[in-house]
Design a protein around this ligand. Structure first.
Ligand code: GTP
Ligand code: MG
Length: 450
């Protein structure tokens, strides 16, 4: 079946120096020649050339002078014949031109992610790389950009397809043996097969282990600042942000709404939530604030539990907190150490939001708590995507089943089914095996024009 030719605005729909419109599909060149007049026809141009000319509407009115870039199949992003038209950066111009192309009846508007979907369907990239394209576009920190780059470069793909091939290889020997069952020939050395399966499980585990860090690197990390009223939560937030974002006052119960701000430390995105001080209150507004604070706790990856040297330890509140969130997420911060001697007071870290003492260490502790002691080189395949995580989990499960069957000396058919299932799960990551549902779900999240 002949593919449609699609068109979309590839740049943001606002005012800028230029706008870029992208076309892809078999009619890209002929349809461009209908509207574009330059020195030579686009259909007769070489790949990777740029042409200056004018675009006219169907009644012959001049819309804009533009540059047209030509990419011939298979050497384009999508693998199809493609065109990029750079216009003056007014959204009205781009809309008009796109409208004229669609009016020719040979082109339709692209769906979200459709260019990248075609790149995948034409084997320019595999599925995990297609997902990395979306991650690259949406990355909000240095670290997440690096992670997405690493995935687009195919680190995960290579690793996963290596494991998958090894599995398919093992399965084919078992199946061969089944074919010759009558003759009682042994193709498979059980010891060796078990060893291979164990090795693959270990490899899968090492990739699964990167998920937490991978996710944090990609999505950023939620940090809740909680504690009794007046301990200096807002002051610490302001200090970290280097601006007076949250209202600070000596009156307990100052913060009512949740204040959310983002900072980047060592390339990692931290999302800080300043909350209302936790106490029983008769004031309904404050009570609502306290309720919201508790909700923020539910989504927090890290909790800064703040106490101050004046009010002293809030043991009861800490215990209450530990009922809701696990202890390894909680960092106990003692604030206002400029006021009193704090030597005998318990805390993970002691600071003063007034003088700045200890604040540098606080940021270090934040980074350390976020990524742990894990150290991944740029060559490590890191996963950050829950779909990949689930596929790997499923593969692992199937491998454990296969392992058990081998040990129990169950018939080879069952073993081969489990190994095949494991290979299928791994194949889903890179898109060797996929359903339309999975594809639609992935590309739906892209922007139009990508
Ligand atoms: N001396 C000293 N005062 C501080 C320090 N940190 C905060 N304060 C003061 O403590 C008071 C309360 O600070 P906030 O930051 O508003 O405290 P909070 O925990 O946000 O309070 P609520 O929003 O009411 O829960 C203010 O008067 C701050 O100036 C500190 O490190 N040293
Ligand atoms: Mg406050």
């Amino acid at each position: 079946m002949k593919e449609d030719t699609i068109i979309a605005l590839a740049t943001p729909p606002g005012i800028g120096a230029i706008s870029v419109i992208r076309l892809s599909g078999p009619d890209s060149f002929v349809v461009t020649d209908l509207l574009f007049k330059g020195k030579q026809q686009i259909a007769n141009s070489k790949s990777h050339t740029i042409h200056y000319g004018d675009i006219f509407d169907s009644s012959g009115n001049h819309i804009d002078d533009v540059l047209v870039s030509v990419f011939k199949s298979p050497n384009s992003y999508t693998g199809e014949d493609s065109i990029e038209i750079s216009t003056h950066g007014n959204p009205l111009i781009a809309q008009k031109i796109i409208g004229e192309f669609i009016n020719t009846g040979k082109v339709r508007l692209a769906e979200p992610g459709e260019f990248t979907k075609r790149a995948f369907l034409n084997n320019r990239i595999d599925l995990s790389q297609a997902e990395a394209v979306a991650d690259i576009i949406h990355a909000r920190s240095d670290a997440s950009l690096k992670g997405a780059r690493n995935q687009l470069d195919g680190l995960l793909s290579k690793k996963v397809s290596g494991l998958r091939e090894s599995l398919i290889n093992a399965t084919s020997f078992i199946e061969l043996e089944l074919d010759f069952a009558e003759e009682d020939i042994e193709f498979v050395n059980t010891e060796e097969l078990l060893k291979r399966i164990d090795e693959i499980i270990i490899e899968i585990d090492s990739i699964l282990d990167t998920y937490n860090v991978g996710r944090i690197i990609r999505d950023g990390i939620n940090v809740a600042l909680v504690g009794k009223p007046n301990v200096g939560k807002s002051s610490i937030l302001n200090y970290l942000l280097k601006e007076s974002r949250s209202i600070v006052s000596e009156i307990p119960g100052t913060t009512r709404d949740i204040i959310r701000e983002e900072i980047s430390i060592d390339g990692i995105l931290f999302r800080l939530y300043d909350t209302a001080g936790l106490r029983e209150s008769d004031n309904p507004v404050e009570e609502e604030g306290v309720k919201r604070s508790r909700e923020v706790l539910g989504n927090a990856d890290i909790v800064l539990f703040i106490e101050d040297v004046q009010q002293g330890a809030s043991r009861e509140l800490l215990n209450e907190l530990l009922n809701i969130v696990s202890g390894d997420k909680v960092i106990r911060v003692l604030n206002k150490i400029d006021l009193n001697n704090s030597i005998h007071m318990e805390a993970d870290i002691k600071v003063s939001a007034k003088t700045g003492v200890g604040m540098k260490d606080l940021t270090k502790v934040l980074v350390k708590t976020a990524i742990g002691t894990n150290f991944y080189t740029e060559k490590t395949a890191i996963i950050s995507n829950v779909r990949h995580y689930n596929c790997l989990k499923n593969a692992r499960e199937s491998l454990l089943n296969a392992r058990e069957s081998i040990i129990k000396k169950v018939s080879g058919e069952f073993i081969s089914i489990d190994l095949r299932n494991a290979a299928i799960s791994l194949g889903e990551i890179i898109g060797e095996v996929t359903s339309d549902d999975i594809l639609n779900n992935i590309f739906m999240k892209f922007c139009i024009g990508k």
